[in-house]
Design a protein around this ligand. Structure first.
Ligand SMILES: C[S@@+](CC[C@H](N)C(=O)[O-])C[C@H]1O[C@@H](n2cnc3c(N)ncnc32)[C@H](O)[C@@H]1O
Length: 254
């Protein structure tokens, strides 16, 4: 029997690592990292710092493999994500086969919460289903970038009795989601909020949440849109990458 713990480690602030996650980190013999190249070096370094800070009870090893390449501008998005996940599963399976002995515990760290726009759970479930040996897995929840965004702006995600829609920049391009009240947008590399700048909408935007580089902007979209665009572009140029999340809703009600 081998065991894998999929551990949510929060959006970037080491203080967001929960007691449950720290206990889980201290059960792990081997951590498996898929590295995404130079662009996310800061996030990789942060993960190493978190391990040094929290793992006290036992020695551990880190096994790394390069993350399989992602297709840019694929014509069929879902098939390209499927292919990427199959490649990631193969990379994880090779690491687990090669580095985790029977009876040992492996750990995979997921930014934020592993249940939100993250394929680790799906990938590990697929590996476990195919594995000739018995592979158990558990999920430890984390504080997501969405919760961090709401806390930093001191807002609730939903208005009273209303739903929240969590979606991606790609889906938002199709228009404001039907009957949606508050929408939280993730994975938006294309500043899709600009499409709504002529409407009376409030935005609560956050980048690098939980890290020392955190940026927050809130206000009427038409009044702050240029500021968000400028800050977003200059931050992206400075760091080489950006991770941002935002909430938008029609202005006016509580
Ligand atoms: C692959 S998803 C992972 C989400 C993660 N599982 C979570 O719970 O936050 C990556 C997206 O999450 C958001 N995100 C993750 N970390 C963030 C951070 N520190 N600051 C702002 N947005 C973040 C961005 O929208 C980014 O495009």
């Amino acid at each position: 029997m081998k065991k894998i713990l999929i551990i949510g480690i929060g959006a970037g602030d080491p203080r967001q690592v929960t007691v449950e996650a720290i206990e889980a980190l201290n059960q792990v013999d081997v951590f498996f990292f898929l590295e995404k190249g130079a662009i996310k070096q800061e996030m990789v370094a942060l993960r190493h710092r978190m391990l040094r800070r929290y793992v006290k009870d036992r020695p551990y090893r880190i096994v790394e493999a390069p993350s399989p390449p992602r297709e840019h501008a694929p014509t069929d998005y879902l098939s390209s994500v499927d292919r990427l996940n199959r490649d990631k599963q193969a990379a994880f399976a090779r690491m687990i086969d090669g580095a985790l002995a029977e009876g040992q515990c492996g750990g995979i760290l997921a930014w934020g919460d592993p249940a939100l726009y993250d394929s680790t759970i799906r990938n590990v479930a697929a590996i476990a289903a195919r594995s000739a040996q018995k592979l158990e897995y558990e999920v430890i929840p984390g504080i997501s970038s969405v919760q961090t965004l709401a806390a930093r702006h001191r807002i609730t995600l939903n208005r009273i009795g209303q739903p929240i829609t969590i979606t991606t920049g790609r889906r938002l391009k199709e228009g404001w989601p039907d009957k949606a009240d508050s929408i939280v947008v993730m994975l938006d590399g294309e500043e899709t909020y600009n499409r709504f700048a002529d409407q009376d909408i409030e935005i609560f935007w956050g980048a690098y949440l939980g890290t020392p580089d955190e940026i927050l902007i809130a206000g009427r979209l038409k009044e702050v849109v240029d500021q968000i665009n400028d800050l977003r572009r200059s931050a992206r140029e400075k760091h080489g990458w950006i991770m941002d999340t935002y909430l938008m809703r029609k202005a006016g009600r509580l």
